[in-house]
Design a binder for this molecule. Structure first.
Ligand code: 9MJ
Length: 676
């Protein structure tokens, strides 16, 4: 039997409810707005459960701004329409520095200003514009932009977004405040959502923007609540019973103080040159940012000047979006070929009608593997979206819906290797099909030689991909051993080759005759043996003979080597043609001796991230030094990072490290750590 609560206990519980609600809201603020959490997620969850339990006991104490009240019970039948108090505008675009300069000139002429104008520069988030209404600090409504005049009431769904505060904090909050901003899905949440969709055989979203839109337009808020949506504020609409600061920048800082999230990358800049500098800096950071952007926005900072400038049609004269070159374009597939890689992997490649995308002309795009071709139902002749982001290989994203006007044939995997005619096999459960020809296959041989010569392997300067293809095509080399048997005269006789370049090439080949063991192992191109594994093998076994003789069990004793990699290694050395090539190769080269595990692993267990340009070494060199001292080198900063090595032009990683309190060191300090 439960004991009846005394009035004293009830009072205590109610105080605890208030306290928990405030604490949880504060921790959300620290997490979403300041990006500076004080407690781990598990502690947040514990406080949340405690509040939930107490609220169940005292339902009359539940307030609408309680963090437990984000997800409503009832799915909607449809969204109702909301007329915006002040129309929500869109932005005009420019795509080049010249167009931007013309925009600035129009501004200066209109304002008759001689001095440089100040602008607030902001990343242009690729999500959905929404308007949030706060009455006396309490969240009461959210609407989509719609056609700018009327939008849809998505209050139930926006409530589920943890970054959106249900109650504002601090002083001077207007009686009515309309906050405008972008609801978006961070890249991590998008990748996770699509990964799950693929696992469940469901349809994937084509990009984070569509995923955000699809999630916000759910009639059932429980579905929206499961999607990782975020929100950044970028302007205000209606304001009553209160005042806002007089510049765009200060308004955003004020919103942040009231508990609303604002993009951390906003910046005050001056004049056109300041804006262009900002554009370049954000463009450099683009791939590292945790969310998708499609450009930057500049807004005249002074609100009085904004008012003087006014609007044209549906866009303000005082703001402009400076867009990045489109990363997605439409073109058509003229053919599909199958390329054979170093390990025999057969990749379908789409030949395209050339299209300008992401700043370059693209005429080939990867289709990854046959599972992807099936899933996206891509056929020759289809109109497709091509995507090229950063340095990533262009890919076919999807067929343009409704564009297929005739019966196009499905793409079939060839049963024989298109290069050597050997059988093609596909291991059950793997997405990749492979040519079984091994080094009999000219394509595999060519790729193996390219890899062998590459910078991180034997580093043969001047022996680029094209030259390797040429040498293999005319039969001058069949394997890597033949490289060491070339002479200057032969090479000089090649097309587009002179005596001097031939001499340089032969010198570069000669310079690679004394490789470090780790480099040689990596250069052999054993499946799934990357640089780090090659280094571990070299360090643990000390000689090529010891590695060749190692059993799978012995190999698995090494860090990072599991049963699959161990099998690839023993399989590689068991192949007769590989044995033959290694024996021949050893007549041509002399492997530098390796000190087995004698090097002190003084940085074992430490995780480093390297960013920016270091004064005296490349990032690869720094990585190599760190790894040989036992450290782990990671690509992104997290709470697990011990040190960020930052050089010049360090970007978002530096900002993130500072935020997380990760120790930031320079090259000099890195050297100290390495020699300590
Ligand atoms: C985005 N999409 O990030 C505006 N936007 O301002 C920013 N959009 C905007 N500002 C006025 N940062 C209308 C739209």
């Amino acid at each position: 039997m439960t004991k009846a609560s005394s009035p004293h206990d009830v009072e205590k519980d109610r105080r605890r409810i208030d306290q928990l609600r405030d604490q949880l809201n504060r921790h959300s603020y620290l997490y979403y707005v300041l990006d500076n959490p004080e407690i781990p997620d598990s502690e947040y969850d514990r406080l949340y459960r405690e509040l939930q339990q107490l609220e169940q006991k005292y339902p009359e104490s539940i307030t609408v701004d309680s963090p437990t009240q984000r997800v409503g019970e009832q799915p909607l039948k449809s969204f109702s329409q909301i007329t915006h108090r002040i129309p929500m505008l869109s932005l005009d675009n420019v795509f080049s520095d010249d167009e931007l300069r013309a925009f600035f000139k129009r501004l200066a002429d209109r304002l008759e200003l001689a001095t440089e104008l100040a602008f607030n520069a902001e990343p242009k988030l690729d999500g959905l514009a929404v308007s949030l209404i706060y009455e006396h600090g309490l969240f009461v409504q959210a609407a989509t932009r719609g056609d700018g005049t009327t939008g849809e009431d998505v209050s139930q769904n926006v409530r589920t977004i943890h970054a959106v505060p249900l109650r504002l904090i601090g002083a001077g909050i207007p009686g009515l405040l309309e906050v405008r901003g972008e609801v978006f899905m961070p890249k991590a949440g998008f990748n996770q959502l699509n990964k799950r969709a693929i696992e469940l055989g469901e349809k994937t979203f084509v990009n984070p923007r569509n995923a955000a839109a699809g999630s916000l337009r759910q009639l059932d808020p429980k579905i929206t609540a499961k999607r990782q949506l975020a929100f950044y504020s970028y302007s205000t609409g209606a304001v009553e019973q209160g005042r806002l600061p007089g510049t765009q920048h200060k308004v955003l800082l004020q919103l942040r103080k009231w508990g609303l999230p604002v993009c951390p990358e906003i910046k005050l800049t001056n004049g056109v040159e300041g804006c262009i500098e900002y554009y370049r800096s954000i463009e450099r950071q683009r791939d590292d940012l945790p969310y998708d952007i499609d450009g930057v926005v500049y807004k005249v900072n002074d609100i009085e000047l904004q008012q003087r400038l006014g609007f044209v049609a549906r866009a303000p004269r005082w703001a402009i979006a400076h867009k990045f070159p489109a990363q997605e374009e439409i073109t058509s597939i003229s053919n599909v070929d199958f390329q054979v890689g170093r390990t025999g992997a057969i990749t379908p490649v789409a030949r395209l009608e050339p299209v300008f995308v992401g700043g370059v002309t693209v005429s080939n795009a990867t289709l990854h593997n046959m599972d992807e071709v099936e899933r996206k139902d891509i056929r020759v002749g289809d109109k497709v979206y091509i995507r090229r982001a950063g340095d990533v290989i262009p890919e076919v994203v999807r067929v343009v819906p409704g564009s297929r006007d005739k019966k196009l044939k499905k793409i079939k995997l060839p049963q024989k290797c298109p290069v050597c005619g050997s059988d093609v096999e596909r291991i059950d459960g793997e997405a990749i099909s492979r040519c079984t020809g091994g080094l009999v296959c000219k394509a595999q041989r060519t790729e193996a030689i390219k890899h062998f010569a590459s910078r991180k392997a034997m580093d043969i300067d001047g022996l680029g991909d094209k030259l390797v293809e040429q040498l293999v095509a005319i039969g001058m080399i069949e394997s890597v051993v033949d490289l060491y048997r070339l002479d200057t005269g032969q090479v000089a006789a090649l097309e587009r080759m002179g005596q001097k370049s031939a001499e340089n090439l032969i010198n570069a080949i000669d310079n690679s005759r004394e490789p470090a063991l780790a480099k040689l192992i990596y250069a052999l191109g054993i499946r799934e043996v990357g640089e780090a594994t090659a280094r571990s093998l070299a360090r643990s076994f000390g000689s090529l003979q010891a590695i060749i003789g190692a059993t799978e069990d012995a190999l698995q004793q090494i860090q990072d080597i599991g049963p699959v990699v161990a099998k690839h290694i023993t399989h590689f050395f068991a192949q007769e043609h590989n044995q033959r090539i290694i024996n021949e190769l050893l007549k041509e080269i002399a492997i530098q001796s390796e000190n087995v595990n004698t090097q002190k692993q003084m940085l074992a267990g430490r995780t480093f991230v390297i960013t920016g340009t270091l004064p005296n070494m490349t990032r690869d060199e720094a990585k190599e030094l760190l790894e040989s001292a036992g450290a782990k080198v990671s690509g992104s900063v997290s709470s697990k990072t011990d040190y960020l090595v930052a050089g010049e032009k360090a970007g978002s990683k530096l900002a993130k490290a500072e935020k997380l309190g990760v120790e930031v060191i320079d090259e000099a300090r890195l050297r100290e750590l390495l020699t300590a």
